[in-house]
Ligand binder design. Structure first.
Ligand SMILES: Cc1cc2nc3c(=O)[nH]c(=O)nc-3n(C[C@H](O)[C@H](O)[C@H](O)COP(=O)(O)OP(=O)(O)OC[C@H]3O[C@@H](n4cnc5c(N)ncnc54)[C@H](O)[C@@H]3O)c2cc1C
Length: 488
């Protein structure tokens, strides 16, 4: 972009949001690109140019967003919506420059309706701010992802996020009741926050998960819950992964709905026991919790424990489960003593790479899919590098489950083409999920990294997405390139 057009761009945006809400410094623009993506961090470490926006802008109101987007539409300028930048899939990277719309200054709680149990918020509110506000009033959203302290409500809606208690409370798409969205032409749509309807397709579900490509979410009304009278934890050690998996499936399918439900594979179990409690243990470890009135929790826990015992599970008591819950953010957020954790948050260590495949698969295929992924990863990368992969299963449904495979590669020779290797890992793992009737992703979105696989996920559906995109964003200005929808 020429200096003259850059200066006109600043001028136009200053006239909409005021000078103090337009980011002109190079450092701040780089900061917007240096988010949780391994890819931008790697470019930076290799002294290569990272994609930066021509300008960053902080709107405060829906009207601001609408005017910014209408202007961008008129001029054909790409727009990247931005929450807190904690998505690792690159959808928040301003790949095509243009205007980066940072929503963090739109963070009001508009309304909490204590009778209908709904909360209406602006998109830039941090999840911890939202949850703290509700907790102080005796409520909870039920949505507590590991990115609690690094994600906005808008960003989580845009990616169909899942919290740790999703087995009982659902994913964020199950919580949404109504939305306000600025379309790629600048017009505003607003849906009614009703509990259910049969008045045409559910437009909310078109925007939830659309990764900023169909518009900018400027307000959302979500379900909330009374804070549970009782939250109870339990830890169980099963003889092996298969017995743990069978017990979890039966517990969920019998309607004994745990809130927290995490099953670790054998490697993760051994590591957790050794690192956390200094004990050598074999088997597959499960942490469960139930929320609700005490008699209901009692009954669900009792019946679930019977199922666990029948599958050979050893009751490890409540404390180990509660301890996990109380430390659930410790690994993710750095403190003064844990610079290593900071590296982990950024997606890996300085001498390697890491990533996470999250997928959901029907019960009859999930075990096989997860084994196939581990085998393929080890066969392909295990000989050449120090490479390992481990998994846990932590979101359970009536018909299937989600597994979270975290992979790491270390000791990579200096002359390696890092981006090529990185893409190779995803190209090895994601097709295995599709092969076993799974999806490209369960709760991180596809961004720029995994969008290329979407076309292969469902028969014909990617064409429908592309047609919708073309009709609501004819100039392809809204976050071009995410969800495999083609960039500039
Ligand atoms: C340590 C760590 C732990 C994590 N744990 C979890 C977890 O447990 N569960 C989980 O689901 N995810 C998790 N994530 C992933 C990530 O936090 C989530 O995907 C989250 O939804 C990103 O929110 P954000 O505000 O940072 O959005 P960003 O990363 O800024 O943006 C994400 C995408 O949403 C778009 N977008 C942002 N705001 C809007 C808006 N208002 N309207 C339209 N589009 C918008 C962006 O353009 C981009 O495509 C984790 C990430 C990290 C780093």
């Amino acid at each position: 972009m020429s200096r003259i057009s850059q200066s006109l761009l600043y001028e136009e945006l200053r006239s909409i949001v005021g000078e103090e809400n337009v980011v002109e410094s190079e450092q701040e623009q780089v900061a917007h690109s240096m988010n949780c993506n391994w890819y931008t961090r790697q470019l930076w470490m290799d002294d290569e140019a990272i994609p930066v926006p021509a300008v960053g802008v902080y709107p405060h109101t829906t009207e601001h967003v609408s005017q910014i987007v209408a202007f961008a539409h008129r001029e054909g300028i790409p727009v990247t919506p931005f929450g807190m930048g904690s998505s690792g899939m690159g959808g928040n990277v301003p790949e095509y420059g243009g205007i980066l719309v940072d929503l963090k200054r739109m963070k009001d709680i508009v309304d909490v309706n204590e009778e209908s149990l709904t909360a209406t918020v602006q998109p830039g509110i941090g999840n911890w701010e939202y949850e703290d506000y509700l907790n102080e009033r005796g409520f909870t959203s039920g949505h507590l992802p590991a990115s609690h302290y690094s994600a906005t409500v808008g960003g989580m809606l845009a990616l169909r996020s899942a919290g740790r208690l999703s087995t009982a409370y659902g994913k964020i798409e199950d919580m949404i009741l109504g939305m306000e969205v600025v379309l790629p032409t600048g017009e505003v749509v607003k849906t009614k926050p009703v509990p259910a309807h049969a008045a045409g397709p559910d437009l909310d579900q078109l925007f939830v998960g659309s990764e900023g490509a169909f518009g900018i979410i400027t307000e959302a009304t979500l379900k909330i819950h009374h804070f549970p009278d009782e939250r109870r934890f339990r830890a169980i050690l099963f003889p092996d992964f298969e017995s743990g998996y069978t017990a979890m499936r039966k517990i969920v399918q019998k309607g004994l709905t745990p809130a927290l439900a995490r099953l670790y594979n054998e490697e993760e179990t051994a590591r957790t026991f050794k690192e956390t409690w200094g004990v050598e243990k074999e088997g597959a470890y499960v942490i469960l919790s139930w929320d609700g009135p005490e008699p209901v929790v009692d009954a669900k826990e009792r019946s679930a424990l019977e199922i666990c015992t029948a599958e050979g599970g050893e009751d490890m008591g409540a404390d180990r489960g509660r301890e996990w819950w109380e430390n659930k953010y410790a690994d993710y957020y750095p403190n003064e003593d844990s610079v290593q954790n900071y590296q982990a948050l950024r997606g890996g260590h300085s001498d390697g790479m890491a990533g996470t495949v999250t997928t959901s698969v029907p019960y009859d295929k999930a075990e096989e899919a997860y084994q196939a992924m581990e085998t393929a990863f080890e066969e392909k990368f295990g000989d050449e590098y120090t490479a390992w992969i481990h998994a846990h299963f932590s979101h359970w449904y009536n018909s299937g489950t989600m597994f979270y495979s975290r992979w790491h590669i270390r000791d990579i020779p200096a002359d390696t083409d890092m981006l090529k290797l990185y893409n190779e890992v995803w190209s090895t793992l994601v097709p295995i999920s599709l092969e076993y009737d799974g999806v490209v992703d369960h709760h991180h979105g596809t961004g720029r990294l995994l969008g290329r696989f979407l076309r292969k996920q469902d028969e014909g559906s990617h064409d429908v997405l592309a047609n919708i995109k073309e009709s609501i964003d004819p100039k392809n200005i809204m976050n071009p390139g995410v969800m495999g929808l083609g960039g500039h």
